[in-house]
Design a protein around this ligand. Structure first.
Ligand SMILES: Nc1ncnc2c1ncn2[C@@H]1O[C@H](COP(=O)(O)OP(=O)(O)O)[C@@H](O)[C@H]1O
Ligand SMILES: [Mg+2]
Length: 575
Protein backbone atom coordinates (compact mmCIF):
# COMPACT_ATOMS: atom_id res chain seq x y z
CA UNK A 1 0.00 0.00 0.00
CA UNK A 2 2.72 2.46 1.00
CA UNK A 3 4.82 1.64 -1.98
CA UNK A 4 1.93 2.35 -4.28
CA UNK A 5 1.17 5.66 -2.61
CA UNK A 6 4.82 6.64 -2.60
CA UNK A 7 4.93 6.14 -6.35
CA UNK A 8 3.06 9.46 -6.43
CA UNK A 9 6.34 11.20 -5.60
CA UNK A 10 7.02 11.18 -9.30
CA UNK A 11 8.89 14.29 -10.43
CA UNK A 12 10.11 14.94 -6.86
CA UNK A 13 11.97 11.66 -6.72
CA UNK A 14 15.30 13.46 -7.01
CA UNK A 15 14.62 15.30 -3.75
CA UNK A 16 13.30 12.17 -2.11
CA UNK A 17 16.68 10.52 -2.80
CA UNK A 18 18.84 13.51 -1.92
CA UNK A 19 17.15 14.04 1.45
CA UNK A 20 18.12 10.71 3.03
CA UNK A 21 21.57 10.90 1.45
CA UNK A 22 22.27 14.24 3.09
CA UNK A 23 20.75 13.01 6.35
CA UNK A 24 23.20 10.13 6.46
CA UNK A 25 26.13 12.48 5.83
CA UNK A 26 24.82 14.80 8.51
CA UNK A 27 24.65 11.96 11.01
CA UNK A 28 28.20 10.90 10.21
CA UNK A 29 29.44 14.40 11.07
CA UNK A 30 27.34 14.45 14.20
CA UNK A 31 28.57 11.10 15.42
CA UNK A 32 32.22 12.06 14.92
CA UNK A 33 31.94 15.09 17.20
CA UNK A 34 31.91 13.29 20.58
CA UNK A 35 34.87 11.20 19.43
CA UNK A 36 36.86 14.40 18.77
CA UNK A 37 35.76 15.54 22.20
CA UNK A 38 37.42 12.54 23.79
CA UNK A 39 40.69 13.55 22.05
CA UNK A 40 40.34 17.09 23.36
CA UNK A 41 39.92 15.81 26.91
CA UNK A 42 42.47 13.00 26.90
CA UNK A 43 45.20 14.35 24.59
CA UNK A 44 44.62 18.06 25.19
CA UNK A 45 43.22 18.85 28.60
CA UNK A 46 44.62 15.90 30.54
CA UNK A 47 48.15 16.36 29.10
CA UNK A 48 48.02 20.17 29.03
CA UNK A 49 48.62 20.19 25.28
CA UNK A 50 47.01 23.39 24.01
CA UNK A 51 47.81 22.58 20.38
CA UNK A 52 45.81 19.36 20.50
CA UNK A 53 42.91 21.31 21.99
CA UNK A 54 43.04 23.90 19.23
CA UNK A 55 43.41 21.48 16.33
CA UNK A 56 40.71 19.12 17.55
CA UNK A 57 38.51 22.06 18.49
CA UNK A 58 38.91 23.40 14.96
CA UNK A 59 37.94 20.04 13.48
CA UNK A 60 34.95 20.00 15.77
CA UNK A 61 33.79 23.41 14.61
CA UNK A 62 34.13 22.37 10.98
CA UNK A 63 32.18 19.15 11.59
CA UNK A 64 29.47 21.04 13.43
CA UNK A 65 29.18 23.58 10.63
CA UNK A 66 29.12 20.83 8.04
CA UNK A 67 26.42 18.87 9.85
CA UNK A 68 24.35 22.06 10.16
CA UNK A 69 24.62 22.71 6.43
CA UNK A 70 23.86 19.11 5.48
CA UNK A 71 20.96 19.08 7.94
CA UNK A 72 19.47 22.23 6.46
CA UNK A 73 19.79 20.93 2.94
CA UNK A 74 18.25 17.57 3.74
CA UNK A 75 15.38 19.26 5.57
CA UNK A 76 14.78 21.40 2.53
CA UNK A 77 14.88 18.46 0.11
CA UNK A 78 12.56 16.47 2.35
CA UNK A 79 10.12 19.37 2.52
CA UNK A 80 10.11 19.83 -1.26
CA UNK A 81 9.66 16.10 -1.82
CA UNK A 82 6.89 15.60 0.72
CA UNK A 83 4.90 18.70 -0.21
CA UNK A 84 5.19 17.72 -3.85
CA UNK A 85 4.12 14.21 -2.92
CA UNK A 86 1.06 15.58 -1.13
CA UNK A 87 0.14 17.75 -4.09
CA UNK A 88 0.49 14.85 -6.52
CA UNK A 89 -1.57 12.66 -4.26
CA UNK A 90 -4.39 15.19 -4.06
CA UNK A 91 -4.34 15.72 -7.79
CA UNK A 92 -4.44 12.00 -8.40
CA UNK A 93 -7.33 11.53 -6.02
CA UNK A 94 -9.23 14.39 -7.57
CA UNK A 95 -8.81 13.00 -11.06
CA UNK A 96 -9.89 9.62 -9.82
CA UNK A 97 -13.04 11.02 -8.25
CA UNK A 98 -13.76 12.81 -11.51
CA UNK A 99 -13.80 9.39 -13.19
CA UNK A 100 -16.13 7.89 -10.62
CA UNK A 101 -19.46 6.66 -11.83
CA UNK A 102 -22.61 7.62 -9.93
CA UNK A 103 -22.38 4.27 -8.22
CA UNK A 104 -18.83 4.95 -7.03
CA UNK A 105 -19.92 8.33 -5.72
CA UNK A 106 -22.81 6.76 -3.85
CA UNK A 107 -20.27 4.66 -1.96
CA UNK A 108 -18.31 7.47 -0.28
CA UNK A 109 -20.01 10.20 1.68
CA UNK A 110 -18.92 13.71 0.75
CA UNK A 111 -17.72 14.28 4.31
CA UNK A 112 -15.49 11.26 4.16
CA UNK A 113 -14.13 12.33 0.78
CA UNK A 114 -13.22 15.72 2.26
CA UNK A 115 -11.38 14.14 5.22
CA UNK A 116 -9.49 11.99 2.79
CA UNK A 117 -8.43 14.96 0.70
CA UNK A 118 -7.35 17.04 3.70
CA UNK A 119 -6.51 15.36 7.01
CA UNK A 120 -5.54 12.03 5.53
CA UNK A 121 -3.27 13.53 2.91
CA UNK A 122 -1.49 15.65 5.54
CA UNK A 123 -0.91 12.60 7.69
CA UNK A 124 0.49 10.61 4.82
CA UNK A 125 2.59 13.54 3.69
CA UNK A 126 3.96 13.83 7.22
CA UNK A 127 4.70 10.12 7.26
CA UNK A 128 6.52 10.43 3.99
CA UNK A 129 8.64 13.30 5.25
CA UNK A 130 9.49 11.15 8.27
CA UNK A 131 10.38 8.16 6.17
CA UNK A 132 12.86 10.00 4.02
CA UNK A 133 14.46 11.86 6.92
CA UNK A 134 14.03 10.38 10.37
CA UNK A 135 13.65 6.82 9.14
CA UNK A 136 17.17 7.10 7.71
CA UNK A 137 18.59 9.28 10.40
CA UNK A 138 17.56 7.14 13.36
CA UNK A 139 18.93 3.72 12.38
CA UNK A 140 22.18 5.17 11.01
CA UNK A 141 22.66 7.14 14.19
CA UNK A 142 21.81 4.11 16.29
CA UNK A 143 24.31 1.89 14.53
CA UNK A 144 27.07 4.46 14.28
CA UNK A 145 26.81 5.44 17.92
CA UNK A 146 27.05 1.81 19.00
CA UNK A 147 30.03 1.37 16.70
CA UNK A 148 31.65 4.40 18.31
CA UNK A 149 31.00 3.01 21.76
CA UNK A 150 32.70 -0.20 20.62
CA UNK A 151 35.81 1.82 19.69
CA UNK A 152 35.85 3.20 23.22
CA UNK A 153 34.75 0.38 25.49
CA UNK A 154 33.72 -3.05 24.31
CA UNK A 155 31.99 -4.15 27.51
CA UNK A 156 29.62 -1.21 27.63
CA UNK A 157 29.00 -1.54 23.91
CA UNK A 158 27.92 -5.16 24.28
CA UNK A 159 25.57 -4.16 27.08
CA UNK A 160 23.90 -1.77 24.67
CA UNK A 161 23.62 -4.30 21.90
CA UNK A 162 21.55 -6.33 24.35
CA UNK A 163 19.63 -3.41 25.74
CA UNK A 164 18.50 -1.75 22.52
CA UNK A 165 16.30 -4.54 21.15
CA UNK A 166 14.74 -4.84 24.59
CA UNK A 167 13.64 -1.20 24.65
CA UNK A 168 12.56 -1.54 21.07
CA UNK A 169 10.35 -4.53 21.77
CA UNK A 170 8.73 -2.59 24.57
CA UNK A 171 7.90 0.25 22.23
CA UNK A 172 6.34 -1.99 19.60
CA UNK A 173 4.28 -3.62 22.31
CA UNK A 174 2.96 -0.21 23.39
CA UNK A 175 2.13 0.65 19.79
CA UNK A 176 -0.44 -2.14 19.66
CA UNK A 177 -2.62 -0.12 22.01
CA UNK A 178 -2.18 3.19 20.29
CA UNK A 179 -3.07 2.21 16.74
CA UNK A 180 -6.72 1.15 17.21
CA UNK A 181 -7.37 4.38 19.07
CA UNK A 182 -6.21 6.36 16.09
CA UNK A 183 -8.31 4.37 13.69
CA UNK A 184 -11.31 5.26 15.82
CA UNK A 185 -10.23 8.86 15.72
CA UNK A 186 -10.52 9.03 11.95
CA UNK A 187 -14.06 7.71 11.96
CA UNK A 188 -14.97 10.58 14.28
CA UNK A 189 -13.28 13.00 11.91
CA UNK A 190 -15.48 11.65 9.11
CA UNK A 191 -18.60 12.09 11.17
CA UNK A 192 -17.65 15.67 12.01
CA UNK A 193 -16.87 16.53 8.42
CA UNK A 194 -20.10 15.01 7.17
CA UNK A 195 -21.98 17.08 9.73
CA UNK A 196 -20.22 20.30 8.73
CA UNK A 197 -20.54 19.66 5.01
CA UNK A 198 -24.22 18.75 5.21
CA UNK A 199 -25.04 21.78 7.32
CA UNK A 200 -23.12 24.30 5.32
CA UNK A 201 -24.66 23.22 2.02
CA UNK A 202 -28.07 22.91 3.59
CA UNK A 203 -27.92 25.98 5.82
CA UNK A 204 -31.06 27.46 4.24
CA UNK A 205 -33.09 24.37 4.99
CA UNK A 206 -31.76 24.36 8.53
CA UNK A 207 -33.00 27.92 8.93
CA UNK A 208 -36.45 27.40 7.41
CA UNK A 209 -37.04 24.53 9.79
CA UNK A 210 -35.58 26.52 12.69
CA UNK A 211 -33.29 23.61 13.35
CA UNK A 212 -30.30 25.73 14.38
CA UNK A 213 -30.33 24.63 18.01
CA UNK A 214 -30.88 21.02 17.15
CA UNK A 215 -28.11 21.09 14.55
CA UNK A 216 -25.75 22.90 16.92
CA UNK A 217 -26.39 20.25 19.51
CA UNK A 218 -25.72 17.44 17.09
CA UNK A 219 -22.58 19.19 15.87
CA UNK A 220 -21.52 19.55 19.47
CA UNK A 221 -21.97 15.85 19.93
CA UNK A 222 -19.85 15.02 16.89
CA UNK A 223 -17.25 17.49 18.10
CA UNK A 224 -17.19 16.10 21.65
CA UNK A 225 -16.94 12.58 20.27
CA UNK A 226 -13.89 13.62 18.32
CA UNK A 227 -12.41 15.41 21.31
CA UNK A 228 -12.95 12.32 23.40
CA UNK A 229 -11.26 10.06 20.90
CA UNK A 230 -8.37 12.50 20.58
CA UNK A 231 -7.85 12.70 24.34
CA UNK A 232 -7.89 8.92 24.61
CA UNK A 233 -5.32 8.58 21.85
CA UNK A 234 -3.05 11.33 23.12
CA UNK A 235 -3.27 10.13 26.71
CA UNK A 236 -1.26 7.06 25.83
CA UNK A 237 1.29 9.06 23.90
CA UNK A 238 1.75 11.40 26.85
CA UNK A 239 3.35 8.58 28.84
CA UNK A 240 5.94 8.02 26.17
CA UNK A 241 8.07 11.08 26.88
CA UNK A 242 8.56 10.79 30.66
CA UNK A 243 9.12 7.08 30.26
CA UNK A 244 11.83 7.71 27.70
CA UNK A 245 13.47 10.31 29.97
CA UNK A 246 13.43 7.86 32.82
CA UNK A 247 15.17 5.23 30.72
CA UNK A 248 17.74 7.77 29.50
CA UNK A 249 18.70 8.89 32.96
CA UNK A 250 18.70 5.40 34.40
CA UNK A 251 21.11 4.25 31.71
CA UNK A 252 23.30 7.35 32.06
CA UNK A 253 23.59 6.87 35.79
CA UNK A 254 24.49 3.23 35.36
CA UNK A 255 27.16 4.03 32.80
CA UNK A 256 28.64 6.82 34.91
CA UNK A 257 28.68 4.47 37.83
CA UNK A 258 30.41 1.64 35.99
CA UNK A 259 32.68 4.10 34.20
CA UNK A 260 33.54 5.79 37.49
CA UNK A 261 34.74 2.51 38.93
CA UNK A 262 36.76 1.82 35.78
CA UNK A 263 38.36 5.25 35.89
CA UNK A 264 39.39 4.66 39.47
CA UNK A 265 40.89 1.35 38.42
CA UNK A 266 42.54 3.32 35.61
CA UNK A 267 41.10 1.05 32.89
CA UNK A 268 39.22 3.99 31.32
CA UNK A 269 40.00 7.66 30.76
CA UNK A 270 37.88 10.69 31.60
CA UNK A 271 37.62 11.49 27.89
CA UNK A 272 36.24 8.04 27.16
CA UNK A 273 33.49 8.35 29.71
CA UNK A 274 32.43 11.75 28.39
CA UNK A 275 32.40 10.29 24.89
CA UNK A 276 30.28 7.35 25.95
CA UNK A 277 27.79 9.58 27.70
CA UNK A 278 27.47 11.69 24.57
CA UNK A 279 26.94 8.56 22.48
CA UNK A 280 24.31 7.29 24.86
CA UNK A 281 22.50 10.55 24.34
CA UNK A 282 22.65 10.08 20.59
CA UNK A 283 21.70 6.46 20.81
CA UNK A 284 18.65 7.06 22.93
CA UNK A 285 17.62 9.95 20.79
CA UNK A 286 17.83 7.63 17.81
CA UNK A 287 15.66 5.13 19.64
CA UNK A 288 13.05 7.78 20.36
CA UNK A 289 13.13 8.80 16.73
CA UNK A 290 12.65 5.24 15.59
CA UNK A 291 9.64 5.05 17.88
CA UNK A 292 8.33 8.31 16.46
CA UNK A 293 8.64 7.01 12.93
CA UNK A 294 6.80 3.88 13.90
CA UNK A 295 4.00 5.75 15.63
CA UNK A 296 3.74 8.06 12.68
CA UNK A 297 3.67 5.32 10.11
CA UNK A 298 1.17 3.35 12.13
CA UNK A 299 -1.01 6.38 12.66
CA UNK A 300 -0.95 7.31 9.05
CA UNK A 301 -1.58 3.74 7.98
CA UNK A 302 -5.28 4.31 8.44
CA UNK A 303 -4.98 7.47 6.34
CA UNK A 304 -2.97 5.68 3.70
CA UNK A 305 -5.60 2.98 3.51
CA UNK A 306 -8.35 5.52 3.11
CA UNK A 307 -6.46 7.30 0.35
CA UNK A 308 -5.74 3.99 -1.37
CA UNK A 309 -9.43 3.20 -1.26
CA UNK A 310 -10.03 6.18 -3.48
CA UNK A 311 -7.08 5.59 -5.76
CA UNK A 312 -7.84 1.87 -6.08
CA UNK A 313 -11.58 2.27 -6.56
CA UNK A 314 -12.32 1.03 -10.05
CA UNK A 315 -14.87 3.17 -11.84
CA UNK A 316 -17.61 0.60 -12.27
CA UNK A 317 -18.60 2.03 -15.62
CA UNK A 318 -15.83 1.51 -18.09
CA UNK A 319 -15.55 1.94 -21.82
CA UNK A 320 -12.15 0.32 -22.27
CA UNK A 321 -13.39 -2.16 -24.84
CA UNK A 322 -15.45 0.36 -26.75
CA UNK A 323 -14.38 1.29 -30.25
CA UNK A 324 -13.76 5.05 -30.45
CA UNK A 325 -14.90 5.12 -34.06
CA UNK A 326 -18.40 3.95 -33.17
CA UNK A 327 -20.70 6.95 -33.45
CA UNK A 328 -24.26 7.39 -32.31
CA UNK A 329 -25.82 7.23 -35.77
CA UNK A 330 -29.43 7.28 -34.90
CA UNK A 331 -31.51 8.40 -31.99
CA UNK A 332 -34.00 5.64 -31.43
CA UNK A 333 -33.95 4.02 -28.02
CA UNK A 334 -34.76 0.46 -27.05
CA UNK A 335 -35.07 -0.99 -23.56
CA UNK A 336 -34.98 -4.77 -23.76
CA UNK A 337 -36.08 -6.56 -20.57
CA UNK A 338 -34.13 -4.18 -18.39
CA UNK A 339 -33.88 -4.66 -14.64
CA UNK A 340 -31.88 -2.46 -12.35
CA UNK A 341 -30.65 -2.35 -8.76
CA UNK A 342 -28.54 0.35 -7.16
CA UNK A 343 -26.74 -2.21 -5.03
CA UNK A 344 -26.23 -5.82 -5.96
CA UNK A 345 -27.18 -6.84 -2.46
CA UNK A 346 -30.54 -5.06 -2.56
CA UNK A 347 -33.52 -7.38 -2.37
CA UNK A 348 -35.96 -5.73 -4.71
CA UNK A 349 -34.96 -4.23 -8.01
CA UNK A 350 -35.70 -0.54 -8.54
CA UNK A 351 -36.71 -1.35 -12.12
CA UNK A 352 -37.87 -4.71 -13.37
CA UNK A 353 -38.51 -6.08 -16.82
CA UNK A 354 -38.72 -2.77 -18.64
CA UNK A 355 -39.15 -3.09 -22.40
CA UNK A 356 -40.14 -0.34 -24.84
CA UNK A 357 -38.97 1.47 -27.92
CA UNK A 358 -38.89 5.16 -28.85
CA UNK A 359 -38.25 6.01 -32.48
CA UNK A 360 -36.07 8.79 -33.77
CA UNK A 361 -37.68 12.19 -33.35
CA UNK A 362 -40.47 10.90 -31.15
CA UNK A 363 -41.45 12.29 -27.79
CA UNK A 364 -41.68 9.87 -24.86
CA UNK A 365 -43.42 10.94 -21.70
CA UNK A 366 -42.87 9.17 -18.38
CA UNK A 367 -45.26 9.63 -15.49
CA UNK A 368 -45.59 7.87 -12.17
CA UNK A 369 -45.47 8.52 -8.44
CA UNK A 370 -42.31 9.65 -6.70
CA UNK A 371 -40.00 6.72 -6.13
CA UNK A 372 -41.56 4.74 -8.98
CA UNK A 373 -38.18 4.67 -10.76
CA UNK A 374 -38.53 7.39 -13.40
CA UNK A 375 -35.14 9.00 -12.75
CA UNK A 376 -33.49 5.62 -12.40
CA UNK A 377 -34.85 4.56 -15.78
CA UNK A 378 -33.55 7.52 -17.76
CA UNK A 379 -30.15 7.44 -16.02
CA UNK A 380 -29.51 4.15 -17.77
CA UNK A 381 -29.55 5.83 -21.18
CA UNK A 382 -26.36 7.94 -20.84
CA UNK A 383 -24.88 5.16 -18.66
CA UNK A 384 -24.89 7.11 -15.44
CA UNK A 385 -25.65 3.66 -14.09
CA UNK A 386 -25.52 0.33 -15.88
CA UNK A 387 -28.55 -1.93 -16.15
CA UNK A 388 -28.28 -5.01 -13.93
CA UNK A 389 -30.05 -7.18 -16.51
CA UNK A 390 -31.21 -6.70 -20.05
CA UNK A 391 -29.95 -4.23 -22.61
CA UNK A 392 -30.31 -0.55 -23.30
CA UNK A 393 -29.82 0.37 -26.95
CA UNK A 394 -29.28 3.79 -28.47
CA UNK A 395 -29.28 4.07 -32.25
CA UNK A 396 -29.53 0.30 -32.50
CA UNK A 397 -26.38 -0.34 -30.48
CA UNK A 398 -25.94 -1.39 -26.89
CA UNK A 399 -24.88 1.67 -24.89
CA UNK A 400 -21.80 -0.27 -23.75
CA UNK A 401 -20.45 -0.28 -27.30
CA UNK A 402 -19.89 3.47 -27.29
CA UNK A 403 -17.11 5.42 -25.70
CA UNK A 404 -18.73 7.09 -22.71
CA UNK A 405 -17.82 10.49 -24.09
CA UNK A 406 -19.42 9.68 -27.45
CA UNK A 407 -22.57 8.47 -25.76
CA UNK A 408 -22.91 11.40 -23.40
CA UNK A 409 -22.16 13.87 -26.19
CA UNK A 410 -25.19 12.44 -27.98
CA UNK A 411 -27.45 12.16 -24.96
CA UNK A 412 -28.25 15.47 -23.30
CA UNK A 413 -29.75 15.20 -19.87
CA UNK A 414 -31.13 17.74 -17.48
CA UNK A 415 -30.94 16.04 -14.10
CA UNK A 416 -33.71 16.34 -11.57
CA UNK A 417 -31.46 17.97 -9.01
CA UNK A 418 -29.31 20.04 -11.28
CA UNK A 419 -26.48 22.29 -10.29
CA UNK A 420 -25.01 25.46 -11.66
CA UNK A 421 -21.39 26.17 -10.87
CA UNK A 422 -19.93 29.44 -9.66
CA UNK A 423 -19.05 31.63 -12.63
CA UNK A 424 -21.09 33.68 -15.07
CA UNK A 425 -24.26 32.48 -16.76
CA UNK A 426 -22.35 32.35 -20.01
CA UNK A 427 -19.64 30.15 -18.50
CA UNK A 428 -22.29 27.80 -17.20
CA UNK A 429 -23.99 27.64 -20.59
CA UNK A 430 -20.69 26.85 -22.27
CA UNK A 431 -20.53 23.56 -20.42
CA UNK A 432 -22.94 22.49 -23.14
CA UNK A 433 -20.68 23.70 -25.92
CA UNK A 434 -17.41 25.53 -25.24
CA UNK A 435 -17.28 26.93 -28.78
CA UNK A 436 -20.83 28.25 -29.02
CA UNK A 437 -21.19 31.71 -30.54
CA UNK A 438 -23.17 34.40 -28.76
CA UNK A 439 -26.00 33.80 -31.26
CA UNK A 440 -26.08 30.11 -30.44
CA UNK A 441 -26.13 30.87 -26.71
CA UNK A 442 -29.03 33.25 -27.16
CA UNK A 443 -30.91 30.89 -29.44
CA UNK A 444 -30.72 28.08 -26.88
CA UNK A 445 -31.77 30.45 -24.13
CA UNK A 446 -34.69 31.68 -26.18
CA UNK A 447 -35.92 28.13 -26.69
CA UNK A 448 -35.55 27.48 -22.97
CA UNK A 449 -37.38 30.76 -22.21
CA UNK A 450 -34.31 31.95 -20.37
CA UNK A 451 -33.19 34.78 -22.66
CA UNK A 452 -35.67 37.36 -21.40
CA UNK A 453 -34.83 37.09 -17.74
CA UNK A 454 -31.11 36.80 -18.44
CA UNK A 455 -30.99 40.10 -20.36
CA UNK A 456 -33.07 41.73 -17.63
CA UNK A 457 -30.13 41.18 -15.26
CA UNK A 458 -27.78 44.21 -15.11
CA UNK A 459 -24.88 42.18 -16.50
CA UNK A 460 -26.94 39.99 -18.81
CA UNK A 461 -25.11 36.86 -19.91
CA UNK A 462 -22.10 37.97 -17.88
CA UNK A 463 -24.06 37.91 -14.62
CA UNK A 464 -22.39 35.93 -11.87
CA UNK A 465 -23.96 32.77 -10.60
CA UNK A 466 -22.98 32.13 -7.01
CA UNK A 467 -22.01 28.68 -5.83
CA UNK A 468 -24.90 26.25 -6.24
CA UNK A 469 -26.84 28.90 -8.19
CA UNK A 470 -28.53 30.39 -5.15
CA UNK A 471 -28.94 33.85 -6.69
CA UNK A 472 -31.39 32.72 -9.38
CA UNK A 473 -34.85 31.38 -8.69
CA UNK A 474 -35.63 27.68 -8.94
CA UNK A 475 -37.45 28.12 -12.25
CA UNK A 476 -34.70 30.35 -13.67
CA UNK A 477 -32.08 27.80 -12.71
CA UNK A 478 -34.06 25.04 -14.42
CA UNK A 479 -34.30 27.08 -17.59
CA UNK A 480 -30.57 27.81 -17.65
CA UNK A 481 -29.95 24.09 -17.17
CA UNK A 482 -32.23 23.28 -20.09
CA UNK A 483 -30.45 25.82 -22.31
CA UNK A 484 -27.13 24.32 -21.25
CA UNK A 485 -28.31 20.88 -22.41
CA UNK A 486 -29.78 22.29 -25.65
CA UNK A 487 -26.41 23.78 -26.57
CA UNK A 488 -25.03 20.26 -26.89
CA UNK A 489 -27.51 19.77 -29.76
CA UNK A 490 -27.99 16.21 -28.51
CA UNK A 491 -29.56 13.40 -30.49
CA UNK A 492 -31.49 12.39 -27.40
CA UNK A 493 -32.65 14.95 -24.89
CA UNK A 494 -33.88 13.87 -21.46
CA UNK A 495 -35.70 16.27 -19.20
CA UNK A 496 -36.10 14.79 -15.74
CA UNK A 497 -38.79 16.88 -14.12
CA UNK A 498 -36.82 19.85 -15.42
CA UNK A 499 -39.68 22.31 -15.53
CA UNK A 500 -41.24 21.55 -12.16
CA UNK A 501 -40.54 25.09 -10.95
CA UNK A 502 -41.61 26.78 -14.19
CA UNK A 503 -45.22 27.94 -14.64
CA UNK A 504 -47.44 25.93 -17.01
CA UNK A 505 -47.62 28.56 -19.76
CA UNK A 506 -43.85 29.00 -19.94
CA UNK A 507 -43.41 25.26 -19.80
CA UNK A 508 -45.67 24.81 -22.82
CA UNK A 509 -43.61 27.42 -24.67
CA UNK A 510 -40.38 25.61 -23.87
CA UNK A 511 -41.83 22.32 -25.04
CA UNK A 512 -43.05 23.79 -28.31
CA UNK A 513 -39.69 25.50 -28.85
CA UNK A 514 -37.71 22.33 -28.33
CA UNK A 515 -39.95 20.32 -30.62
CA UNK A 516 -39.84 22.92 -33.38
CA UNK A 517 -36.07 23.40 -33.28
CA UNK A 518 -34.99 19.79 -32.81
CA UNK A 519 -37.08 17.66 -35.13
CA UNK A 520 -34.50 14.88 -35.30
CA UNK A 521 -34.04 14.74 -31.56
CA UNK A 522 -35.69 12.05 -29.51
CA UNK A 523 -37.17 13.72 -26.49
CA UNK A 524 -37.86 12.05 -23.17
CA UNK A 525 -39.86 14.04 -20.69
CA UNK A 526 -40.43 13.03 -17.10
CA UNK A 527 -43.16 15.13 -15.61
CA UNK A 528 -45.53 15.50 -12.73
CA UNK A 529 -48.13 17.31 -14.83
CA UNK A 530 -50.11 15.38 -17.38
CA UNK A 531 -50.17 18.57 -19.47
CA UNK A 532 -46.42 18.19 -20.01
CA UNK A 533 -46.79 14.84 -21.75
CA UNK A 534 -50.25 15.08 -23.22
CA UNK A 535 -48.94 15.45 -26.81
CA UNK A 536 -46.25 12.81 -26.51
CA UNK A 537 -46.12 10.01 -29.08
CA UNK A 538 -45.89 7.53 -26.28
CA UNK A 539 -46.37 7.74 -22.54
CA UNK A 540 -45.06 5.22 -20.03
CA UNK A 541 -46.84 4.89 -16.70
CA UNK A 542 -44.36 3.60 -14.16
CA UNK A 543 -45.48 2.05 -10.94
CA UNK A 544 -43.09 0.57 -8.42
CA UNK A 545 -40.39 -0.01 -11.01
CA UNK A 546 -42.66 -1.71 -13.52
CA UNK A 547 -44.39 -0.50 -16.64
CA UNK A 548 -48.04 -0.27 -15.70
CA UNK A 549 -49.19 1.03 -19.03
CA UNK A 550 -47.78 2.36 -22.26
CA UNK A 551 -49.58 4.25 -25.03
CA UNK A 552 -50.79 7.65 -26.14
CA UNK A 553 -52.72 9.98 -23.90
CA UNK A 554 -55.99 8.86 -25.43
CA UNK A 555 -55.25 5.16 -25.10
CA UNK A 556 -54.08 5.43 -21.54
CA UNK A 557 -57.07 7.52 -20.55
CA UNK A 558 -59.23 4.67 -21.69
CA UNK A 559 -57.42 1.69 -20.31
CA UNK A 560 -55.02 2.73 -17.55
CA UNK A 561 -56.38 3.37 -14.08
CA UNK A 562 -53.27 5.01 -12.63
CA UNK A 563 -53.12 7.40 -15.57
CA UNK A 564 -56.81 8.18 -15.31
CA UNK A 565 -56.42 8.91 -11.62
CA UNK A 566 -53.55 11.30 -12.16
CA UNK A 567 -55.41 12.97 -15.02
CA UNK A 568 -58.58 13.45 -13.05
CA UNK A 569 -56.75 14.87 -10.08
CA UNK A 570 -55.04 17.44 -12.32
CA UNK A 571 -57.12 18.27 -15.36
CA UNK A 572 -60.37 16.37 -15.09
CA UNK A 573 -62.34 19.38 -13.95
CA UNK A 574 -60.64 21.83 -16.29
CA UNK A 575 -60.97 20.19 -19.66
N1 LIG B 1 -28.50 6.68 -5.57
C1 LIG B 1 -29.41 5.80 -5.09
N2 LIG B 1 -29.01 4.75 -4.33
C2 LIG B 1 -29.91 3.86 -3.86
N3 LIG B 1 -31.22 3.92 -4.09
C3 LIG B 1 -31.70 4.94 -4.83
C4 LIG B 1 -30.81 5.93 -5.38
N4 LIG B 1 -31.55 6.82 -6.08
C5 LIG B 1 -32.85 6.40 -5.99
N5 LIG B 1 -32.94 5.27 -5.24
C6 LIG B 1 -34.18 4.51 -4.97
O1 LIG B 1 -34.70 4.06 -6.18
C7 LIG B 1 -36.13 4.18 -6.21
C8 LIG B 1 -36.55 4.96 -7.43
O2 LIG B 1 -36.06 6.27 -7.35
P1 LIG B 1 -36.18 7.33 -8.53
O3 LIG B 1 -35.81 6.65 -9.79
O4 LIG B 1 -35.43 8.52 -8.14
O5 LIG B 1 -37.74 7.62 -8.52
P2 LIG B 1 -38.52 8.81 -9.22
O6 LIG B 1 -37.59 9.57 -10.08
O7 LIG B 1 -39.62 8.13 -9.96
O8 LIG B 1 -39.07 9.64 -8.11
C9 LIG B 1 -36.51 4.85 -4.91
O9 LIG B 1 -37.05 3.84 -4.06
C10 LIG B 1 -35.25 5.40 -4.36
O10 LIG B 1 -35.24 5.29 -2.96
MG1 LIG C 1 -37.00 11.45 -10.03
Amino acid sequence: MWRKLFSNVNQYKKYAILAPLFVVLEVVCEVLIPKIMTYIIDDGVAKGNINAVLINGGIMVILAGLSLLLGLLSARFAAVASMGFGANLRENMFNKVQNFSFKNVDKFSTGSLITRFTTDVSFVQQAFMMSIRIAFRAPVMLILSIVMIFTINIKIAIAFVVLVPLVWGLMIFAMKFVVPLFEKLFKKFDALNTKVQENLTGIRVVKTFVRENHESASFRKASLDLQDAQIKAEKLLVYANPLMNFVTYAITITVVWIGGIQIMQATMSAGDISGIIAYIGQLLMALVMVAMVFVNLFMSRASARRISEIIDETPDISDKDADPSVKVEDSNIIFDKVSFKYKEAAENPVLSDISFEVKKGEVLGIVGGTGSGKSSLVQLIPRLYDASQGNVLVGGRNVKEFKIETLREAVGMVLQNNTLFSGTIEENLRWGNPNATQEELEEACKIASAHDFIVSFPNGYKSDISQGGVNVSGGQKQRICIARALLKKPKVLILDDSTSAVDSATEAEIREGIKASMKETTLIVIAQRIASVIDADKIIVLDDGKINGIGTHKELLQNNNIYKEIYNSQLGGVR
